[in-house]
Ligand binder design. Sequence first.
Ligand SMILES: C[S@@+](CC[C@H](N)C(=O)[O-])C[C@H]1O[C@@H](n2cnc3c(N)ncnc32)[C@H](O)[C@@H]1O
Length: 303
Amino acid sequence: MRNLTSIVSYPERGEGGSNRYRGNCSPKLIEDLIGFFKPHEICDYMCGSGTTKAAAEACGIGSHLYDLHSGFDLMSCEIPERPEFIFWHPPYWDIILYSDIMYKASDVEKRYGFDPRLADLSRIKDWDRFVEAMNYAMMKQFTALERGGRMAVLMGDIKKRGRLYSMVSEIVKPGTLENIVIKAQHNCFSDRTQYSGSFIPILHEYVMIVRKDAALMIPILSTKRSEVDIRDMRGATWRDIVAAIFEESGNALALEEIYAMLQDHKRAKESRFWREKVRQTLHLYPQVFEQNERGRWRLRKVR
Ligand SMILES: C[S@@+](CC[C@H](N)C(=O)[O-])C[C@H]1O[C@@H](n2cnc3c(N)ncnc32)[C@H](O)[C@@H]1O
């Protein structure tokens, strides 16, 4: 058994599960998690090719495995166990499609009576909806854990059109966050990256480990996307507020026009002398602001 540390790397995948099942993981990772946390059993509700079962067998413990391909939809089916340890390896958003690609949707429909494409997380087109579904599945599994139980979640980052879609950043983190392990990626980072322009190739993924210490009251850490107007922000300096007003307008501005873009905002309302503050700021930073020949103010071009 290898030692589990905060960085893991398995250049050789190892035996168990199938390396032909796209997005499969190394059984060595799961063996190391079992070796470290020593659960009596392990559950996997998105088991893919069954890597978790092979790892459990190698470690001499029991396992319970499910997947959409065998008629189990984590979003709508009841979790049969009260698990002590869950390994969860959700799809990398829509980068690798599962239903009707790795298995035939019609076979699942014939055997289990539902179209797996409608429940498949990898078929959710919109990132925010994917995050919502991922977080629903995360909380559902976490609440099924017995007290003292753990979840290890293997996730990656996705880069599309210059933006990073980071599963580990946006996933809800219930319970006690115990570890975030970096797992080196071998051979397939390009699968996750839609190249456009310059990018930093992604060569790692994450294993997040959370522990359930309490039964009823569960702390959660979750992200929320919102916007702030820096004209309302305490921490913004006058220099940055005035510079941002020029950037937003794209023009040289007369003092009255700068005032008009500020007057309804908190920073102006907070001080009787905000107009004086604007004028003082324009004069205080000649390396940032300048006046044109018509006496209007603008940002000084440095590049
Ligand atoms: C990244 S793969 C897991 C790979 C696995 N760890 C292995 O080594 O083979 C993700 C799996 O999630 C399954 N899945 C997607 N949506 C699901 C859902 N709603 N319920 C259950 N399984 C789902 C897919 O069928 C796919 O097998």
